[in-house]
Design a protein around this ligand. Structure first.
Ligand SMILES: *Cc1c(COP(=O)(O)O)cnc(C)c1O
Length: 387
């Protein structure tokens, strides 16, 4: 096997697809140090700049003094700390849901929810551009997986109409992680109601970014329904780690009893949950932080003007520029890196073939000058590289 793996790795390197991990030597921030280089970064999911926020650091330190470091046991044994409970209440309340449940990661939350609620005879309906964790969750559940073309609601409706499955679950990214576009939640919910399907909404990139004070996709569209099982990750805009699922109280209680990725794993460190309560409080109190992010997104879209490369239509913090080939995209990323600006090149299999792109992510941690500099470099890069 090792010989086969070696040759596969060599093939990847040949195709410009071998990934390399950068060594981060500072906190996650707009201006960071990686591989001994000072860089202006547009590469994190820390959309509100909370990953290194003094209030969260203090809450984390104080909670560690009180609760120690390790989770120690699973939630159903002795791992469920008061801080976890408080974080669940704060997070569910913030998104307007009756009940919430913390998971250690978003990946685990998706796997846990889908595999607990669906089985062999059931059916899943999923957007083709959904996050990998949702596809893996579908496989784990053994339910039939029906994938429809990105944002194609008529294809989704045909699939729903044709299904006799006892349980149906529509699964979508609220904000698509490599495109930045937003799922049409009211229309999706209407289809779920019409065909008696439930609706798992993965708001990894909407929570903290969309809606009033960053309350996420439900606030953005002002929707509420017992059919919606809401999931948001907490290592992105919330600046910490983990994920939560929010929704109908019966569904949440059922997940506590039967989601394997909740039950058979050690509770995350309680201090993380305490930092999350502080993150919610900062989001409520410091509306200017959220507004600053919204302003940067609007400024970037208004002032970037490209001729050959394509800025994708996105109103979120994810602003991808499609370049096309792997080599050209990598060339652009390297060009920016030489100027001290870090923007990752996203290549297949993360995105479809020939749509390699630069994935710019904006954050409230950026200043307007940071964004102006990026725009200037991109304009110059297009002149130098794309002609
Ligand atoms: C990041 C992400 C996840 C996984 O969340 P983690 O907490 O990082 O495991 C799930 N879904 C989407 C859409 C994501 O972008």
């Amino acid at each position: 096997m090792i010989e086969q793996l070696k040759s596969e790795l060599a093939e990847r390197a040949q195709a410009g697809l071998k990934r390399k991990r950068r060594l981060l030597q500072s906190p996650q921030a707009a201006h960071l140090v990686a591989d001994d280089q000072h860089l202006l970064s547009f590469a994190s999911n820390d959309y509100l700049g909370l990953a290194n926020h003094p209030d969260l650091i203090l809450a984390f330190q104080q909670a560690a003094q009180l609760a120690g470091v390790g989770g120690g046991a699973s939630h159903l044994i002795t791992g469920h700390h008061q801080f976890h409970h408080e974080a669940e209440q704060a997070l569910a309340g913030f998104v307007g849901s009756p009940s919430g449940l913390l998971f250690s990661t978003g990946y685990m939350a998706n796997m846990g929810v889908v595999a607990a609620l669906l089985g062999r005879n059931d059916a899943i309906f999923a957007d083709k551009l959904n996050h990998a964790s949702l596809n893996d969750a579908a496989v784990l559940s053994r339910a039939e997986l029906n994938r429809y073309a990105h944002q194609d609601l008529s294809q989704l409706e045909q699939m729903l109409a044709a299904s006799n499955a006892p349980r149906k679950l529509v699964i979508v990214d609220a904000v698509f992680s490599m495109d930045g576009d937003i799922a049409p939640v009211p229309e999706l919910l209407a289809l779920c109601e019409k065909y008696d399907a439930y609706f798992l909404l993965d708001d990894a990139h909407g929570f903290g970014v969309l809606g009033r004070q960053g309350r996420g996709i439900l606030s953005h569209f002002n929707v509420i329904s017992p059919r919606i099982i809401y999931m948001a990750t907490l290592g992105k805009a919330a600046g910490v780690a983990g994920a939560f699922v929010a929704g109908d109280e019966t569904i949440i209680e059922y997940l506590i009893q039967s989601a394997n990725t909740y039950i058979y794993t050690t509770a995350s460190p309680p201090a993380l949950a305490a930092a999350l309560v502080t993150a919610v409080n900062v989001m409520k109190k410091d509306e200017a932080r959220h507004q600053h992010l919204r302003d940067l997104i609007a400024y970037f879209k208004e002032n970037l003007s490209l001729k050959k490369w394509q800025l994708m239509p996105s109103d979120t913090a994810i602003q991808p520029i499609v370049v096309g080939s792997n080599e050209a995209t990598l060339g652009l990323s390297n060009y920016l890196l030489a100027l001290g600006v870090l923007v990752p090149a996203i290549r297949p299999p993360t995105v479809p073939k020939n749509t390699a792109r630069l994935r710019i992510s904006l954050s409230a941690a950026h200043t307007l000058d940071d964004v102006k500099l990026l725009i200037q470099h991109l304009h110059e890069a297009e002149q130098v590289l794309a002609t």
